[in-house]
Design a protein around this ligand. Structure first.
Ligand code: F6R
Length: 637
């Protein structure tokens, strides 16, 4: 989805903002642009395609100035052309706007503005915003930018995060948020900031409620990484807030103008955590990080060898119905969550795709709990599902990786994934962390209901503790076979993944990874269902990846594998390291360590599938970190 950045300080804004956009690329984009104020003029630079087009343009034609706004666009209304790139300007080119979200009533607003003489230069929904702001701004004798923005956003329907600059007000950016994430960053106080003059100004402003003058660099952005390294503190705007950044510091207001306190907290993410380090891609780095992510999560939940239950603010013993809400990969994790809860806690569980749940009229009883699962914590459909549940007085707990996200803030309780920033568009480390966190959650519910005795708990703890090492061994042990398979099958036009029980979600996840980063048509099936139609696809050109852990369904999986072989399909088996049958039955075997508990096996089985998708994508020359058409954080419907 679109990314927003803005900067006010003493450095060249175009340089700062290109780096910020670089850090927002993971959200998905197809064009980028920047506007900088200099000498009371707005200088606009925009480029279609990769960010390099914009940075090359800025090299040829720098945009001078120390205050600017910038944007990566993920096209919704209008193709990725230069005219549709943000920032968009008012007719007199005195106001520049960047926007993330969708203005649902843009057609009606556009017609009205056109009837009043506005000339539109793009097909975007966004362009109505600078025209509207300009109308209010120019119509008022005091020409107050804040008032004009408040009036303009009052007429917008849909979701937005915007940042606005006025040529008449250099050194000032006004940002507003309704539905799409936006945050304000503040740099360290500069050593010279405490001169007597500034201290006096500080005191004066303290008394009239403003943020002190302190010469700090100020930023706005859609996500924390874009603030680094200039900002050391962050303030997350709540829905319906406006932030006014300028020489006065940061002032916050509600959309109807009531002043609010700006609460900043230290940024904990380092610039290193959001860089590739020695890896060629974020995806490779994040796949490799999984053993340490799993170890961190396990450590956070153990004390003296016993499971520690986080306080979720509700009595889990009374929960008798759980509804999972999630999208994409997080939905696959939810399918495993259902298995864990049914097995360990004997609770009735439904797994809902957020975009379906939010448009139904779901039934809730007194004992219902909604659990939303989201890496980003900003997915619009999951957030809407959460809000629907809360409107029905259903408590919501969330599993999120970004604990400062909107979903985390609006939930009754939060289970953090502790996976660290996930930048690659395809979710990898967040998925395995979600699955492990769901197992720990199921154990917590089971314990609350008196269904997890000390022996069972000790066995589960031992299995969890062994997991990081098993994950490392699996990643190392399967790599040669994965590379061989990618060499053999990278040109295949389709791939099928089959799994049973806990490996059915693994099959779905393996197919999604291959589809999204390698653009290979791929589907995952419950293996028992394959013969009810899809088996007609099998030919000598079709790789079929069969998940064959040695669990209660192993024999059944072997029968499915034989059925594929009998029809000349090409079989890759994913099975236990040392399994003697699989090499005889399959073209290739991805060996996987055996988890201490069958429930945990899918965490290990998915690892070679992530690497397979990565290697196939590289052979097909695909950009694995930013696959076409995709966005990391899906903040529109
Ligand atoms: C696939 C992928 C997506 C996300 C989905 C939900 O690799 O990353 O399918 O899982 O967009 O995102 P979150 O978990 O942020 O709500």
């Amino acid at each position: 989805m679109c990314g927003i950045a803005g900067y006010i300080g003493h450095k060249d804004a175009d340089q700062v903002l290109v780096v910020a956009l670089e850090r927002l690329k993971y959200r998905g984009y197809d064009s980028a642009g920047i506007a900088v104020i200099d000498n009371r003029e707005i200088h606009l630079r925009r480029g279609v395609g990769k960010l390099k087009a914009l940075s090359d343009l800025l090299e040829r034609s720098p945009a001078p100035g120390t205050c600017g706004i910038a944007h990566t666009r993920w096209a919704t209304h209008g193709a990725p052309t230069e005219a549709n790139c943000h920032p968009h300007l008012s007719g007199d080119e005195r106001i520049a706007v960047v926007h993330n979200g969708i203005i649902e009533n843009h057609e009606e607003l556009r017609r009205r503005l056109q009837a009043q003489g506005c000339v539109f230069r793009s097909e975007t929904d966004t362009e109505v915003i600078p025209h509207l702001i300009a109308q209010y701004y120019n119509a008022s004798p005091v020409r107050d930018p804040l008032a004009a923005i408040r009036q303009a956003v009052a007429g917008l329907e849909g979701s937005f995060a915007i940042a606005v600059m006025f040529a008449d007000h250099p050194g000032r950016i006004i940002a507003a948020r309704l539905g799409s994430p936006l945050l304000v960053g503040r740099g360290r106080r500069s050593p010279g900031a405490h001169s007597d003059r500034i201290a006096k100004a500080d005191d004066r402003r303290r008394t009239d409620g403003g943020t002190p003058v302190d010469q700090r660099e100020l930023m706005v952005a859609s996500d924390v990484p874009a603030l680094l390294p200039h900002a050391s503190e962050v303030c997350f705007l709540a829905d319906g807030q406006i932030a006014d950044l300028g020489p006065h510091g940061v002032r916050l207001f509600t959309l109807d103008g009531k002043p609010e306190e700006a609460r900043f907290k230290a940024i904990e993410v380092t610039a290193d955590a959001v860089s590739k380090g020695s890896y060629d891609t974020f995806m490779a780095k994040e796949i490799a990080e999984q053993p340490s992510v799993l170890a961190r999560l396990v450590d956070s939940r153990l004390n003296g060898g016993r499971l520690v239950d986080p306080d979720l603010g509700l009595d889990l013993a009374k929960v008798n119905h759980i509804v999972f809400l999630a999208c994409g990969t997080s939905w696959h994790a939810a399918l495993l969550g259902k298995r864990f809860l049914e097995h360990l806690a004997r609770v009735h569980v439904e797994v809902d795709i957020s975009s379906e749940y939010r448009y139904r009229n779901p039934v809730a009883s007194g004992g219902t709990l909604v659990v939303s699962i989201s890496q980003s914590g900003e997915t619009a459909d999951t957030l809407a599902g959460l809000r629907l549940a809360r409107a029905k007085f259903i408590p919501v707990v969330s599993l999120v990786n970004v604990v400062t996200s909107t979903i985390a803030r609006e939930s009754n309780g939060v289970m953090p994934l502790l996976a660290g920033p996930e930048i690659g568009v395809a979710s990898t480390k967040a998925y395995t962390a979600q699955v492990l966190a769901l197992l720990l959650f199921a154990a917590q519910v089971a314990r609350a209901k008196g269904l997890l005795d000390a022996t069972a708990e000790a066995a589960l703890v031992a299995a969890c503790r062994a997991l990081p090492e098993q994950a490392a061994a699996t990643l190392a042990g399967a790599e040669d076979a994965v590379i061989e398979a990618a060499d053999l099958f990278a040109a295949a036009q389709a791939t099928v993944f089959l799994g049973r029980g806990g490996e059915h979600p693994t099959a779905l996840e393996g197919a999604l990874k291959l589809k999204e980063i390698a653009y290979v048509h791929a589907v995952g099936y419950p293996a028992g269902e394959f013969k009810h139609g899809p088996i007609a696809l099998v030919s000598s050109h079709l790789p079929v990846i069969c998940m064959c852990p040695k669990d209660a369904l192993y024999e059944k999986m072997l029968s499915n594998l034989q059925e594929v072989r009998a029809r000349a399909g090409r079989v890759i088996a994913v099975g236990e390291q040392g399994d003697r049958h699989l090499p005889e039955l399959a073209d290739l075997v991805f060996p996987v360590a055996k988890a201490g508990d069958d429930l945990l096996q899918p965490i290990l089985s998915v690892l070679p599938l992530q690497r397979y998708a990565y290697h196939v994508a590289r052979r097909r020359d695909c950009d694995v970190d930013q696959p076409r058409n995709l966005a990391k954080s899906v903040t529109v419907e």
